[in-house]
Design a protein around this ligand. Structure first.
Ligand code: C5P
Ligand code: MG
Length: 286
């Protein structure tokens, strides 16, 4: 049906079910569809030429805005908490307090660095951030067909917006839920706004934004893209859901985590740095 689904990077627990969902979405057409995507390591690359690519947090962490001492502390946090984030032997409940601790400590360190708003664009420009191959077709296709794209990220909103702006794909159909920086009257970071979003509380984040989903209440079908098991709850705020097709990027600790991804995502993309599969599915549906 869709040749890209035969790529070696693709696995599915139930191919027939995937085909049925896609057919049903195709019959309903683009006007019944909305797309909800995670940002870091889903829309951005996990690695390029064997080197890890940065998350929106890492773009700041590695930048000239951060002192050497602070870089060291942020790195220590990453080394301590990232293995917990992706540990398949712990439950989400066990991980929760650690995630809150990681984000809270990291945000506190960033605030201490008195980050200047007017330097963010330059820092993004100088970073190694990269959207996945085929990103332009993805964003442009959604824009052309008037399909809303919600980017739902536990990263830093100001930074990820700048990444998509610099790639010329921050189109009018894109909305972002994320952690936004709060700057004082001199443009210096003084806090983060609103309810903290981390990897495993996206359901709560979705339920806080009922207004957004209310606006899209006629769009019963959802294409969901994520890279973490926490991303699976991003569509929990959608009203009157008909079909949800979940595509998961399995980037790291592939063997350990494959079973859990296959059990929860409809399509699993193993070490696939492209948007080929989401693009092909979209072309077929719309
Ligand atoms: O956009 P997304 O929801 O994927 O953003 C969260 C990602 O950012 C997490 O997967 C986590 O590994 C990463 N992170 C980070 N530095 C932090 C906190 C989270 O790189 N201080
Ligand atoms: Mg992610």
């Amino acid at each position: 049906m869709i040749p890209e689904l035969s790529k070696p990077s693709v696995s599915m627990r139930d191919r027939k079910r995937v085909e049925e969902i896609i057919q049903s979405m195709r019959r309903a057409g683009p006007r019944a569809l909305q797309v909800i995507s995670d940002f870091d390591m889903t829309l951005t690359r996990f690695a390029h030429n064997g080197k890890r690519c940065p998350t929106s947090h890492n773009i700041l962490d590695n930048s000239k805005l951060i002192s050497e001492d602070c870089k060291k502390s942020l790195k220590e946090l990453l080394n301590m908490y990232y293995p917990i984030e992706i540990d398949s032997s712990r439950t989400v409940e066990e991980k929760l307090p650690h995630m809150v601790e990681w984000w809270t400590k990291a945000h506190k360190l960033l605030i201490q660095q008195k980050i200047r708003k007017d330097l963010l664009a330059q820092v993004v420009k100088e970073s190694d951030a990269m959207l996945r191959e085929g990103y332009k077709a993805f964003f442009d296709q959604l824009q052309e067909q008037d399909i809303p794209l919600l980017i739902f990220s536990a990263g830093v909103g100001d930074v990820l917006e700048e990444v998509i702006r610099q790639c010329d794909v921050f189109h009018s159909n894109v909305r972002v839920f994320s952690n936004y920086m709060d700057f004082d009257e001199n443009g210096i970071l003084q806090a983060f706004k609103g309810q903290l979003i981390h990897t495993y509380n996206k359901r709560e984040g979705a339920l806080l934004n009922t207004g957004h989903f209310q606006e899209l209440q006629d769009r019963h079908n959802v294409l969901l893209l994520g890279d973490s098991l926490g991303d699976l709850t991003m569509a929990d705020g959608v009203q009157n859901v008909e079909k949800v097709l979940k595509i998961g990027y399995l980037n790291d600790k592939v063997e350990e985590r494959k079973e859990s991804y296959l059990a929860t995502y409809d399509i699993v993309l193993e070490k696939d740095e492209t948007m080929d599969v989401p693009n092909a599915v979209l072309r077929h549906i719309t």
